[in-house]
Design a protein around this ligand. Structure first.
Ligand code: NAI
Ligand SMILES: N[C@@H](CC=O)C(=O)O
Ligand code: NA
Length: 438
């Protein structure tokens, strides 16, 4: 048997402890798969006084992460501290020191991946990041390797466990947004800064990675249109359900005629669709390849065990390919580095999808006809209409419309006309609708 692979872990929090526990529990089987033992020999933590959720007796633990990335006895650096600045510095230093890297850090990869992978290619090392997208679900491997024969048309999914957990808890347990978020934090799903989860930023980090490996484009986090789950009104969830939809927070990367649409937002999904029925912290991603058609990947997107599952799989891959000529390795972003090409990334007015909107109007004869006429003038088809009494304002009515797929800029043109009607009250609520073939 070959020498053990010596791993230096940066950060022994939820995921770090999960990895140590998993290696201890399944060590023999992991060695049989990897061909050599994977051994955590060093770890850096922020505070030596904190109790750990794993057995650390055999690990040399200190507080100096830089010492690990420079240690000649370390083969693989496992970055699990999160965030982008320090993690970036440590990962770049590890690469410069000729070490392979495994990370669960989507923030780091989404913002700095282009540079990190170029440095890794140059140094002949590999940076693996399966855990960074949808935790334990093997979605990076599926897209990069198993679907490599396809031209990928779209990727759509629930890629933030905390956000999905909050929406499910609010719906099924009747708890408030704040209570559900506190529970997600307690369970270890949420990011250190949970605004990343609730404002869609974490999902956008992951979507940047998915879009890049699906389409062969550079990581483009700052081009993603991002809305979170804050402020979704219970009324809209109810109306959507009455119309046969569920509200889910989706990340969508989709080829359109004029470019690539990359967006993260609350979305109305037909109630029978697979993605509509994913609850709790579970993630689910659909990938459509031109040859294979739609495919689905479901599982735990967060949590110590599930995330460790992906991290350790990357460690096993790393152990196996350490002796492989770099030119024979799977490219970091699925396409050969010199084949990554820019494509136009669309702004929101160019998105083509269905739309849900709610507008409050004076409850007078002819108002509904006026609204539908304005949509018709702009050739926006109507899928469904609902009229409801608002909770207050007895003389008003709420009009809720779901349109057929239309250019978003055209929809906003129609909404501007509708808002300008003398019978329209302030404020229009708008959500996108997505219908993806299962
Ligand atoms: N928790 C989850 O379910 C998932 C987490 N991730 C990612 O995994 C990474 C780690 O996440 P968690 O384990 O949940 O976070 P965590 O907050 O539980 O653990 C991070 C640990 O790093 C330590 N740390 C911070 N600065 C340090 C430094 N300079 N030196 C040494 N240690 C330092 C912290 O004290 C903390 O214990 C993040 O990038 C996160 O986004 C990815 C998928 C799922
Ligand atoms: N905070 C993230 C953790 C996994 O990436 C989530 O909730 O999905
Ligand atoms: Na994954």
């Amino acid at each position: 048997m070959m020498e053990p692979v010596k791993v230096g872990v940066l950060g022994l929090g939820t995921v770090g402890a999960g990895v140590v526990n998993l290696l201890a529990r399944n060590g023999d089987e992991i060695t049989r798969r990897a061909g050599r033992e994977i051994r955590v020999t060093r770890a850096a933590v922020r505070s030596l006084d904190r109790a750990r959720d794993c057995e650390t007796g055999a690990i040399d633990i200190g507080t100096d992460a830089r010492a690990i990335v420079e240690d000649p006895n370390i083969d693989v650096v496992l970055e699990l501290i999160g965030g982008d600045e320090l993690a970036y510095e440590l990962v770049m230093a590890a690469i410069a020191n000729g070490k392979h890297v495994v990370t669960a850090n989507k923030h780091l990869i989404a913002l700095h991946g282009n540079e990190i992978f170029a440095a890794a290619d140059e140094a002949g090392v590999v940076v693996s990041f399966e855990a960074a997208v949808a935790g334990g679900i093997p979605i990076i491997k599926a897209i990069r390797e198993s679907l490599a024969a396809n031209r990928i048309e779209w990727v759509a999914g629930i890629i933030n466990g905390t956000g999905n957990f909050i929406l499910s808890q609010m719906k099924f347990e009747g708890v408030t947004f704040e209570q559900a978020l506190a529970e997600a934090q307690k369970l270890g799903f949420a990011e250190a800064d949970p605004t990343f989860d609730v404002d869609g930023i974490d999902a956008a980090h992951k979507l940047a990675i998915l879009g890049s490996i699906a389409f062969g484009i550079p990581l483009s986090f700052d081009r993603i249109v991002t809305d979170g789950i804050r402020g979704i009104a219970a009324d809209d969830i109810e109306y959507a359900e009455e119309l046969g939809y569920r509200v889910k927070h989706l990340g969508i990367a989709q080829r359109q005629e004029t470019g690539v649409a990359m967006r993260v937002h609350p979305t109305l999904v037909p109630e029978r669709a697979l993605l509509a029925n994913v609850e709790g912290e579970k993630n689910a991603i659909m990938v459509h390849g031109d040859a294979v058609g739609p495919t689905a990947y479901y599982g735990a997107g967060a949590g110590a065990g599930a995330t460790a599952s992906a991290v350790v799989a990357d460690l096993i891959d790393t152990a196996r390919m350490m002796s492989v000529d770099p030119s024979g390795r799977v490219p970091h972003l699925a396409f050969q580095p010199d084949q990554i090409t820019e494509e136009p990334i669309l702004e929101s007015p160019d998105f083509v999808c269905g739309h849900y909107f709610r507008v409050q109007v004076a409850d007078k004869t002819g108002v509904m006809a006026e609204i539908t006429r304005m949509l018709a003038e702009l050739e926006i088809g109507i899928e469904a209409i609902l009229q409801k009494d608002p909770p207050t304002a007895e003389d008003d009515a709420r009009v809720i419309i779901v349109t057929k797929p239309a250019r978003e800029g055209t929809l906003h043109e129609a909404l501007d006309h509708i808002k300008a009607l003398p019978t329209t009250r302030d404020g229009v609520v708008h959500y996108r609708v997505a219908e993806f073939e299962d």
